[in-house]
Design a binder for this molecule. Sequence first.
Ligand SMILES: C[S@@+](CC[C@H](N)C(=O)[O-])C[C@H]1O[C@@H](n2cnc3c(N)ncnc32)[C@H](O)[C@@H]1O
Length: 274
Amino acid sequence: MNTSKEQYTFSKFASNSFYRNQNAQLIDLLDIGDKQRIVDLACGTGGVTRLLFERLKNARDAVVIGVDHSSIAIKQAIEDFKDVKSSAVQFVQGGIEHLSTAVKDKVDTIVLCNAIHYIPDKDTLLTDINKSLHPGGKFAFNTTFFEGAHLPETLKFYRVWMLKAMRHLKSEYGLSVNRSGKVESRKQLTPDDYTDLLNKNGFQISIQEIKTVQFTKEGFLDISKFDDFIQGTLPGVPLDKASNSLQAGVHQAFEELNLQYVLRNWLDVVAVRR
Ligand SMILES: C[S@@+](CC[C@H](N)C(=O)[O-])C[C@H]1O[C@@H](n2cnc3c(N)ncnc32)[C@H](O)[C@@H]1O
C-alpha cells in the first residue's frame, strides 16, 4: 500500500462544500474586488487561493500570493493551478513565521484560513502581519479550533469517535497512542483572547462572528485523511493505520449515535491595520 505523505494532503477535505462555503463567506466579508495584492497565508493546496483568484479576475495587475510551509501542499497547489495562465497567482514555500521574508512588499489584504490555531507565538505572527500590510489593510482569519467551537451536545460524538478509533487501532494493528506532548492546535483561545491580541498588535476589529456549521460525515472521513490532523489526533501512529482507524471510528460513531451531521462553530474575524 502507498503510505507516502502525498496521499494525506488537505485537498480531499478542502473540497467539501460546507467547508468551501465557510471560507467563501469569510472572503466575501472582505469585499476584495479592487484589492491588488493579497496574501493567502497557510494556503495549503490552494482552495482559498482559488476563491480569492476568482474574485480578482477582472482587477488588472492583481496578485494573490499563497504561502505554506508544506512543500507537498505547495506542489499540489501549483499542479491544481496549471489551468490558470496568469501571473496573478504565485506560490511560495515558507513558514508563516517568516512572512516578511516570503513577501517583501507590503500588501492590501492577508487571509489566514483554518491555521491560526497552529501558531504558538501569535503576538509575533500579528506583529509580522501588521508590518506586511499597508495602513488600512485588512487581515482576515477563521478557525474552528477555538474555545467555544464545540457545542455541548456534540461532545459525546467526539468521545465515541475517539473510543472507536482507539479500539480499531488496537484490534486491527495491536497499536495504542502515546499522548505525551500536546499539539498546538489543541491549546485553544477564546474569541475574547483573539480580540485582545489583535487590539494589542495594532488592529481594529471590524467583524467578529461565530457561525454554526453542519459538519458532515464525509467531512469527518476526509479530515481523517489529512496528515496534520491524523498526527495531532493519534500521535506516533503510522499515517495509514491511524487514518484507517479514524475513518472506522467515524463510521461507527455516526451509526451508533444515528447522526446526519455534527454541529460545530466557526469563528470569523476581519480586522483593519491601524
Ligand atoms: C487546515 S490547512 C488550511 C489550508 C487553507 N488555508 C484552507 O483554509 O483551506 C492548514 C495549513 O496550514 C499550514 N501551516 C501550518 N503551520 C504553518 C506554518 N507555521 N507556516 C506555514 N504554513 C503552516 C499547513 O501546512 C496546512 O497547509
